[in-house]
Design a protein around this ligand. Sequence first.
Ligand SMILES: [Ca+2]
Ligand SMILES: [Ca+2]
Ligand SMILES: [Ca+2]
Length: 498
Amino acid sequence: MTKQILGSIALALTCLTAHHAVAKAPDTSKEYLVKLAPGAVNHFSTFSSLARTAGKAEILVGDWVKITDTQGNLNVHTLTTNNPAVVYVQPNYRIKLLENYQTQDQAVLKAISSHLSQAPQTTHIADNPAIPAAPEQSQGEDPLFNKQWGMIDNHVKEAWELANTKLLEAKPMVVAVLDTGVDYTHEDLLPNMWRNPGETGLDAEGRNKETNGIDDDQNGYIDDVVGWDFVSNDNKPYDLAVAPLELLKGGGNPGHGTHCAGNVAAAANNGKGIVGVAPNAKIMALRFISEKGVGTTSDVLKAIKYAVDNGALITSNSWGSEGEDPADQESNQALREMIQYAESKGTLFIAAAGNGHQGVGYNNDSDPNPAYPASYPYESIISVAAINSNGQLGSFSNWGKNSVDVAAPGVKVFSTTVEGKYSDTVIDFLGIVAHWDGTSMAAPHVAGAAALYWAHHPEKSWQEVKAAILQSVTQTPALQNKTSAGGKLNVLGLMQQP
Ligand SMILES: [Ca+2]
Ligand SMILES: [Ca+2]
Ligand SMILES: [Ca+2]
């Protein structure tokens, strides 16, 4: 069997395996997101009449409600005509991971079956572990730093030197990683997990707020210490992953969120593992994509709202909205409004530019073929393409002179992986090798860079932070007509900006 890089053919696989994915993923075909007139959410008669027609109604965020058609007789028309308070109706669009490692190669599938019958693979799915206490600070070189070509290329250590004294005193920036969850027990991530100040310490009766079963900060979430799991609706946003063979057979989550989180803010100089671009930042773990690699718009709305309302000024978004109609400017109106809400609160939205266009050929130019959410026309979005260690665009990476802003390391990226490990390889099995390749890997580098610079310049606005990132890029011919900034992320250059 010839070796192949599966990451680069993920696009074709997505296309071929669409019907399998539908069978395994949550069925959102009977779900609608409905926007009501201002205040109508609080009118019991409006809401109960909607619930009566539909079967099930859930208040989401703002004026948006999720309607589940349990009786099978609803459509956009019936929802709007029978309810004068309804302003807008849309599908509950599915959200997916940008990378897919599922194969349709019959020879490979046969080899997997044979292997599984001899040595059954357990998946990594386990009960969510408890959230450990924040550890004592340890010191020492990070032994795996030399495997992080992206950090070396960006001269992150020299960049930290420029800011050292000031950064030690700076208030840590909170970066929300909206993804499959994070292995918050990982030795190199645990020290930099966000600890919700409203849910730590002791309550009036001397109990630990982290575990007292009370929503101490009254934000609507009980004991939300490091973030929230919007899939299971609990306080343990652990990154449930599937084993490599299961990935090849059925797709799913390879531990995506944990890999992304490491490049944002893995602990530095702690004698362990790797470093993130912003080792002074804190990671807020918001899980809305399940172990199947799929999530919903309704859950990401709640996750973005949580991030913004609980102190994250930067969100890292390595995911795509599926099935939107580029010709319809309002297609996923609910998601658009939530990103505008985040912008109105002064938040930067860092988005992976996307890997190819959902199986439609190999035209990766996002200008004529927008990929969402990266291509939405909001200023607070920074859309990120992926480059390899030679500064060339990854063959899978989207680009766009007007619609993609900057490129960052996204081919064979080394980072933290689930169960306390580190790797640049997702699958190395039966002669098949797939590395951690993707614009998903590139976006967290930019999220980390934004956090590092912003902590150094807390007086700056999101507009100024974005401008500094784009102005400081290393210009290269390869990226000249492929990104609006014409170059690749340059963390050292960014920290030299005023
Ligand atoms: Ca709470
Ligand atoms: Ca509590
Ligand atoms: Ca480390």
